[in-house]
Ligand binder design. Sequence first.
Ligand code: ATP
Ligand code: MG
Length: 565
Amino acid sequence: MENEKNEARPLNFLEKIIEDDLKNGRVPDGKIVTRFPPEPNGYLHIGHIKSICINFGLAEKYGGRCHLRLDDTNPAKEETEYIDSIKEDIKWLGFDWGKYEFYASDYYDKLYEIAINLIKEGKAYVDELSAEEMKEYRGSLTEPGKNSPWRDRSVEENLRLFEEMKEGKYPEGSLTLRAKIDMASPNINMRDPALYRIKYAHHPRTGDKWCIYPMYDFTHPISDAIEGITHSICTLEFEDHRPAYDWACSIDGIEHTPHQYEFARLNINYLLMSKRKLLYLVNNHLVSGWDDPRMPTISGVRRRGYSPEAMKDFVSRVGVAKVEGVVDYSLMEFCVREDLNKRAKRLMAVLDPLKIVIDNYPDDKVEYFEAEDNPEDENSGKHKIAFSKNLYIEKEDFMETPVKGYHRLYPGNEIRLKYAYYIKAESVEKDENGNILAVHCTYDPESRGGTTADGRKVKGTSHWVSADHALAAEVRQYDKLFKAECPGAATGNYLDDLNPDSLKVIPAAYIEEEGAKAKVGDYLQFIRNGYYCVDMKDSSAEHMVFNRTCTLKDSWAKQKAKMGL
Ligand code: ATP
Ligand code: MG
């Protein structure tokens, strides 16, 4: 994340805390240790990029390290596929946890031992209240809770019951191990939080060893403490859990005391960033998968053609603060375009083809024009483009009966073909139903390269491809997945705001022959049409598939401005 821009910006609140801690010797060995702790119950989304950049970025900046900790305490929901995707996504962003890969389940034995000690010290008890009753007893924000009738069991009884819970003698939901803290605490999370629950589920890592699983508020702080985390950075919704975090870190025998800090999560309009909702879209085939290029997942934006650098630039522009807000989608696209403008190879592609025949061009002749790969790059390479008698241009670049102010091709009008010649439309060839089959043109052999001896000017320039040389490929025109700024705000159901036009497939578009060399991971611009990439899943040498990453300009913002929104 270190670049000149970042060097110049003022420190964010986390950097201030860390610098202060380092200066005052509050960090063991002067090495900060952070962690990124995803729950492997779905693929990572754009919001997680912020957390990844903060945790790994701070470790990098201050010469510490960042652990990857998979918070796998909910066996029913976790799958190995998710773990693999999480690792791939973090690596794609350019971060490396090295050997510091941990799982909350690594600590199950230790957590169990700690729980036993708590019981022995009279600081935890086995409760028989049902979930509903527990809720009732918990009280509310304005009313204190009341003690469970099971709160004062003897240590022996608690030990026996907890042991039996572990041995699988009780059904799910019947018994819970709770911390004995304070049912009248103003903080609800401190009203005897649950430490363990019964769950009969196969765990991907611990198999069937356990049928009791530790709760987040118990597992997370202790995992942090065991790993020597110095700064445990999470999102604001955990602020109210901080006292429970500190309570767990103060349990006898816990040697290291990490501290929790909260920042505002990243929200972006037009997007949903909740794994639960994204999972619904996947399970109900409303998208093609977690990596559908319309998904706000890291794997989705990668497949869409966003670069890791653009995404890191985006989150760094958003900044780190403690106030919740919604970031504009167009800021993200701005970062994506800025990045692509610098790196994308320019190609000509005709998405909606109209056949052009240059009548006075020799039948078998082929000429090659040279184009710069990227005029924005001073070290840009060059590539060749074939020109022949039979071409395609975009349908919208021709009008048989031009409207006023139309400067592109129409009968009798001359335009420039980019890099090539001036052509003039002479006649229109139609089928029996009046559909245009081809536009017959003549070219001016003196206008090679786009200028003429007499210096005459034309107003229109079209991109084109040679029909005999172009690559026919599938092009997927992606747009926003949701059409409302805040999906679900109007009707309460985000599915109502799905954009029916979020994908338009062009089965056969024509791309200049250089396009056949494009590989997965290349960044491309189809001149005048947008930024594109090779689809990493469905494209093959025989059938290339290109995804539209984004349009060249923010047509959405323009459209909104037009409508006066
Ligand atoms: P979701 O609500 O989508 O399920 P989560 O918070 O449950 O997300 P975790 O896997 O628990 O997802 O998150 C891992 C880390 O990423 C946590 O520290 C969490 O605070 C952080 N995180 C999650 N969503 C965002 C977001 N939108 N912006 C910034 N950080 C986030
Ligand atoms: Mg979660």
